[in-house]
Design a protein around this ligand. Structure first.
Ligand code: RB5
Length: 154
């Protein structure tokens, strides 16, 4: 794993800072896309910054945090090729990698504590995608994106 992008809104700021320190501590390179203070900001702006970095392959994967994780989930998954997964437990963190090839981890800074979040991050970073019949399902998601795009261009 090379570089992980991080972003949040004010609701996720404290947890983002903690996760940034955790990632550095375990030897990963971090691209912190902000915000860089706890002032009130709008989550769609930071969701799109982070999503663009992942979609354009400037980083390998991304982690994004708001108060509940819901707003970030809604925004990042509008982007074709992005599989953002909201996790509040280790089991989901494992399965979203193994079955869904999650490329953005989403967490709620007002939902989970820093230690659980660090364990979720570790699990999400270290679990490989299983491929096989799970890849067939991801291919169907890509087909849905392509057909929606074709309809929009009509
Ligand atoms: C901000 O107050 C809050 O709405 C945001 O962090 C997030 O939880 C939205 O889904």
């Amino acid at each position: 794993m090379k570089k992980i992008a991080l972003a949040s809104d004010h609701g996720g700021f404290d947890l983002k800072e903690s996760i940034a320190a955790h990632l550095l501590n375990i030897g990963l390179e971090v691209d912190d896309l902000g915000p860089h203070c706890a002032d009130v900001v709008d989550y769609p702006d930071y969701a799109m910054k982070l999503t663009a970095a992942v979609a354009e392959k400037k980083v390998e994967r991304g982690i994004v945090i708001c108060g509940t994780g819901i707003g970030m989930s809604i925004v990042v998954n509008r982007y074709p090729g992005i599989r953002g997964t909201l996790c509040s437990d280790i089991f989901t963190a494992k399965l979203c990698r193994a079955h869904n090839d999650s490329n953005i981890l989403i967490m709620g800074g007002r939902v989970i504590g820093k230690e659980l979040a660090a364990e979720i991050v570790n699990t999400w970073l270290n679990t490989p995608f299983e491929g096989g019949h799970h890849q067939r399902r991801l291919d169907k998601i890509d087909q849905i994106d392509a057909s929606l795009k074709a309809k929009a261009n009509l």
